[in-house]
Design a protein around this ligand. Structure first.
Ligand SMILES: [Fe+2]
Length: 345
């Protein structure tokens, strides 16, 4: 007889929550429901995040155990109830990526471009979480999956309708991981438009994914602060390109150009940026591209303390950053506007 789980019973969906914008999920990792494959064995316990009656704090409820075959009806039930995510314990974290990547290696028959794009997005997000933590703890980083993930993404960009496939995925939740991933997606689309090679895309993609690694050293109370930061708090945030650079510089797998992207992505054309106050002539071209895409993505995404700006408003603000504050490279900006105009039709 099949083992019954909570998913075989009635669920009170009003108590089921998503990840929200919280980074601290008490040892749990959010995974979009779409990542759970129907009728396949799962190599980790699956939890829902719930808010029990009469309690202010949330808790994680186990709904399916490691080794069970995830039933299609369970997934359907969660889809019908519009449960956006499930959660996996960090103790099972190492099992997630191999489980997800199997479908990239041998895609199932039903696999559409949209499925591939979602899988690349979800897998890269898992890789980012794992790698940010490992790099911070000076533990080994598994870089093997990055190259096939980026190659798959570049492959999707050759499709005519890739903008429609990729853009809906980029509805970030304001976390450092979704920001990094969105910047990588958008940055790769832009350099593809610029005609850069596949090899450059691999290096650029890695730099974009890791550009804000140093933010993991900035105290959470500063990152989550709703009001304006004090000068002292800003100084701590301004350390992040250098912190990221130091965390990455001794890794043999880290490319030099990608390292410069991490270090220089807050330098300004007029030398008013940080950490080295470089002038435009000394800033690496890839860091300039990242500077632009990074700002655009940050402005057009929602944050816990503010709404997202419209693309037009964000470009207007960046244009001021070109003409008045001399932050961004003017030639790159013009090309970026053209690139967006051609895709946002
Ligand atoms: Fe940054």
């Amino acid at each position: 007889m099949k083992k019954k789980t909570l998913l075989d019973r009635d669920l009170d969906v009003s108590k089921v929550l998503g990840a929200g914008s919280q980074e601290d999920l008490q040892g749990f990792i959010p995974l979009p429901l779409r990542s759970l494959k129907k009728n396949q064995e799962i190599p980790f316990d699956v939890f829902l995040r719930v808010k029990p009656k009469n309690r202010s704090e949330t808790t994680f409820l186990s709904v399916c155990s490691k080794g069970m075959v995830f039933q299609g009806v369970w997934r359907q039930k969660l889809e019908d109830l519009q449960v956006p995510q499930v959660f996996i314990s960090t103790a099972d974290e190492t099992h997630i990526l191999p489980y997800l990547l199997r479908d990239l290696e041998t895609p199932p028959e039903y696999f559409r471009d949209e499925d591939r794009a979602a899988l690349v997005y979800d897998s890269t997000l898992i890789w980012l979480r794992q790698s940010f933590r490992n790099l911070q703890e000076r533990a080994a980083v598994e870089v093997g999956p990055v190259s096939p993930l980026l190659a798959n993404l570049m492959g999707l960009m050759k499709k005519e309708n890739y903008w429609d496939i990729i853009m809906p995925l980029m509805e970030g939740h304001g976390s450092i991981y979704s920001h990094s991933l969105n910047v990588c997606f958008l940055g790769l689309a832009f350099i593809d438009y610029l005609g850069w090679s596949a090899k450059s895309a691999q290096v650029f993609g890695l730099g974009a994914l890791l550009h804000d690694l140093g933010m993991s050293k900035v105290p959470a109370e500063i990152l989550n602060k709703k009001g304006a930061l004090t000068e002292e708090e800003m100084d701590k945030v301004r350390l992040h390109p250098l912190s990221g650079y130091h965390l990455l510089k001794n890794h043999a797998w880290m490319y030099h150009n990608a390292l410069l992207m991490v270090l220089q992505h807050h330098e300004n054309e007029d030398g008013s940026g940080y950490p080295q106050k470089l002038l435009g002539t000394s800033i690496h071209l890839w860091a300039k591209v990242l500077r632009l895409v990074d700002s655009y993505e940050a402005m057009t995404s929602r944050r816990p303390w503010r709404e997202a700006m419209s693309p037009g408003k964000a470009l207007w603000s960046i244009r001021q950053g070109v003409e008045e504050q001399h932050i961004y490279d003017p030639v790159l900006f013009k090309t970026f506007v053209k690139f967006l105009a051609e895709h946002e039709k």
